[in-house]
Design a binder for this molecule. Structure first.
Ligand code: ADQ
Length: 756
């Protein structure tokens, strides 16, 4: 079956896409063995995969040494588990997974930027692997499937999938923190990463703080304004949401009551020889804060030597990312530290730290959770931390104390824990001491509160909430349909041009050129200037540029052309080169001087805001101000201006993150009136524009005119064009020597529709 014919079939499957799979390959002499994977993501998504008819895409590990037959057999076994392997070449994995994702993204998203190598490489590999994933997923995709992409290794995938499957429903969930924009913007690839994520329909985070950081990064890095839970990007809306991940709480509780597990609990306690048990279970990762934790334990032993025989600290560390140098170094340092503490504080009867560097079975894991008196979860940063929740889920006896880092995502939910700042060694030592001496009543009260939360918000509610939320979003086709360009504009214009003259009123920013981040970056390019020259030279065509720009700017850009120019939304006008610019209405003397100090005062007290002075208006822009503060200040300013300017020939307008004071009556509506007055019969006015001020123009034009809105805004215009490129194509169609190319142009428009 070809990919094309497959795509026309429909299905309602969930396609889970993550870098790693719930199982991975291990090469042995007999071939490829399948072993379960550890790590939060694999453990967390396994129940979701088992319960639904999902397909799971991911990298199964390196099988490049396997024979073709062994590999085929391996793939078949994966297929039985509904797993689709994305096989990657060994060097690709090295450059991507071990290179970029783990050396650059992982430490920086965890605020440990010192760990990012100066010669950070691997971006190309990262992109290549994301592309490889996109190809495999797109090949398997059937209409109506839902795609759920996971984590930092695949942040470019949503956009790459969007290119291949414009109408697919795509969700993305980030399992690690999204850092503050001040950290995120350090990454040289910040634009690409944001663009990649915005390919999704829904982007999910563990906590509200991560979502807020993402929103601020969009603003600070790309100037994209988002509401707190959604963002518009081009023709689409991307929803943002908080989905704190849970664990399979019932499974942990069941195991905790299992006779075999209870026997293991007894064995662990016996082995500890009556000492209290303090436990740490982590992937061996520098973000988990193990050295700081050991330091705090040592501080405790120094303060109170009696405790040497009072507790045993069991640290189980799952080996991970052994291929990355910094992880190898980290492991060595940790082992030295453990040796040092045991040497300094061990007694003839016991060693305070029992360190195990291995993965343990699920049963042993639960037995350890149940045997522990105190569980230490003290990462320096952690997206969520499932160990904390697994510990709680396992404590069917309502006992045990959780000491939890305030920098773990789980801290936002687990109120019953003792919260610590993992960097505060003395504070952590105090908290461990407090946990060891807590009364049984307090322990039970805290654990009951924790269990209520963990049992109610388990991994099933997490995955259901995400998938349901994604399912409720309007499919992409619906909102795209509203904004597709209307091909009949072409024939209407062609028909008008055959019998009438055309007067083109063209807005500039967003209509003839794309909206630029900074107004200074939007100067006309050669192609546009050439196009305007040819239009002006065409018989029966007159061109006006009607812009909000200052007359100095328009003069500088277009002064040499025989165009009619309207600056500051029509306040200034000049009809041919060399003519003096005239104001449309006489301005009240000194009005700007009276308003300016007020706005400037607001600019001083609101960081990130500024004042822009034009001749017919003055504006206070607060786009880069802190969101809530900016909004509050805007409200204040509006009230103040309302009081001061009543009885003045001025009006206060509120736009997107801008408050503008201008002379009453000035606007593009005035341009419409003046143009209409000078236009002779036999001429059709064609107005093309993209924003609110253009709507004023459309409204004031005679019914015989043709109004064309650009982009996706609400409009009263009869016609719509996708963007400035479509505008230029339409304008080219009016050129006499391009007329035979009409069909080419129509193809262009249709192409635009498909790619919309
Ligand atoms: P991880 O960084 O892997 O996950 P975590 O959430 O703690 O961190 O999950 C670790 C998992 O590995 C747990 O399920 C635990 O049981 C298991 N594990 C740990 N040590 C083990 C051992 N010695 N033997 C066997 N199993 C062991 C990432 C993010 C987290 C986020 C998760 C899920 O870094 O912040 O919580 O994804 O989103």
């Amino acid at each position: 079956m070809t990919a094309g014919s497959q795509r026309s079939m429909t299905s309602h499957r969930l396609l889970i896409v993550s870098n790693r799979l719930p199982v991975s390959a291990r090469m042995t002499v007999d071939g490829v063995r399948i072993v379960p994977s550890s790590g939060g993501l694999a453990t967390g998504l396994r129940p979701c995969h088992e319960r639904s008819e999902s397909l799971w895409f991911g990298w199964p590990g390196d099988v490049s040494r396997a024979t073709t037959a062994q590999r085929e057999q391996f793939d078949e076994r994966l297929q039985k588990r509904r797993i689709v392997p994305v096989h990657l070449a060994g060097d690709q994995v090295d450059r991507d997974y071990h290179g970029f994702a783990n050396r650059v993204l992982w430490p920086s998203f965890h605020y440990l930027i010192d760990r990012v190598p100066i010669d950070a490489t691997g971006w190309d590999g990262y992109l290549e692997v994301n592309e490889a994933f996109a190809d495999v997923v797109a090949r398997e995709y059937l209409t109506n499937d839902t795609i759920w992409v996971h984590d930092y290794q695949l942040m470019l995938l949503p956009a790459l999938l969007r290119e291949r499957l414009p109408h697919a429903r795509i969700g993305f969930f980030l399992h690690i923190p999204f850092p503050s924009s001040e950290v995120f913007r350090i990454l040289p690839w910040r634009h690409e990463i944001l663009k990649g994520l915005l390919g999704a329909d829904l982007v999910g985070f563990h906590t509200f703080a991560y979502m807020r950081h993402f929103v601020t990064s969009l603003l600070h890095v790309d100037g994209i304004e988002a509401d707190i839970d959604r963002v518009r990007t081009g023709d689409r809306e991307v929803k943002l949401g908080v989905f704190p991940m849970g664990v399979d709480a019932a499974a942990f509780s069941d195991l905790a009551a299992d006779a075999d597990v209870l026997a293991r609990v007894e064995a662990i306690r016996r082995d500890a020889g009556g000492r209290r048990i303090v436990l740490g279970i982590d992937r061996l990762d520098y973000t988990k804060g193990i050295p700081w934790r050991l330091e705090a334990l040592e501080r405790l032993l120094e303060r109170d030597p009696h405790l040497r025989d009072g507790f045993r600290y069991i640290q189980v560390a799952v080996p991970t990312r052994g291929e990355v140098d910094s992880y190898r170094r980290f492991r060595r340092q940790l082992e030295e530290r453990v040796g040092h503490i045991n040497g300094a504080h061990g007694t003839l009867r016991s060693l305070p730290v029992h360190y195990v560097h291995q993965s343990v079975s699920r049963r042993d894991l639960v037995a350890l959770y149940c045997a522990a008196d105190v569980m230490l979860v003290t990462p320096l940063r952690d997206g969520m931390n499932l160990v904390a929740k697994e510990f709680v889920a396992s404590r069917v006896d309502d006992d045990g104390v959780l000491v939890l880092s305030e920098f773990a995502g789980a801290a936002a939910e687990l109120n019953g824990a003792i919260m610590v700042n993992p960097y505060d060694i003395e504070g952590v030592a105090d908290s461990i001491h407090r946990a060891l001496s807590m009364s049984i009543e307090e322990r039970r009260a805290r654990m009951r509160a924790l269990r209520r939360r963990v049992l109610e918000h388990d991994v099933h509610t997490w995955s259901d909430a995400f998938v349901q939320h994604l399912g409720l979003l309007r499919p992409f086709e619906h909102h795209a349909a509203v904004v597709r360009p209307d091909p009949s504009l072409l024939s209407t214009l062609a028909a008008a041009q055959r019998t009438m003259k055309l007067r083109l009123l063209l807005d500039y920013d967003g209509t003839l050129v794309p909206l630029a981040r900074s107004p200074d970056l939007a100067a006309p390019d050669d192609e546009l200037l050439f196009l305007l020259e040819r239009l002006i030279a065409s018989p029966g065509i007159q061109v006006d540029i009607v812009s909000g720009r200052s007359h100095e700017t328009l003069e500088q850009w277009f002064g040499h052309l025989p165009l009619s120019l309207w600056a500051e939304h029509g306040f200034w006008h000049r009809s041919r080169p060399g003519e003096v610019w005239e104001p449309a209405i006489p301005a009240a003397p000194n009005w700007v001087e009276r308003v300016k100090p007020i706005l400037e005062q607001f600019a001083i007290s609101t960081p990130g805001s500024h004042v822009e002075v034009k001749s017919a208006s003055i504006a206070w822009h607060y786009r880069c101000a802190p969101r809530e503060f900016g909004t509050r200040q805007a409200h204040e300013l509006r009230m103040l201006l309302g009081d001061i300017l009543s009885n003045q020939p001025l009006e206060v307008l509120e736009g997107k993150k801008v408050i503008e004071v201008r002379l009453r009556g000035v606007g593009k509506g005035l341009v419409a009136q003046r143009v209409q007055a000078e236009t002779r019969p036999g001429t059709v006015i064609v107005a093309i524009g993209d924003d609110r001020t253009d709507e004023e123009l459309f409204r004031a034009l005679p019914p015989s005119s043709l109004a064309v809105a650009v982009g996706r805004t609400r409009t009263i215009a009869k016609f719509r064009l996708e963007d400035h490129r479509a505008v230029r194509r339409i304008l080219r169609s009016l050129l006499a020597d391009d007329r035979p190319g009409e069909s080419r142009l129509r193809d262009g428009l249709l192409h635009e529709r498909v790619s919309a």
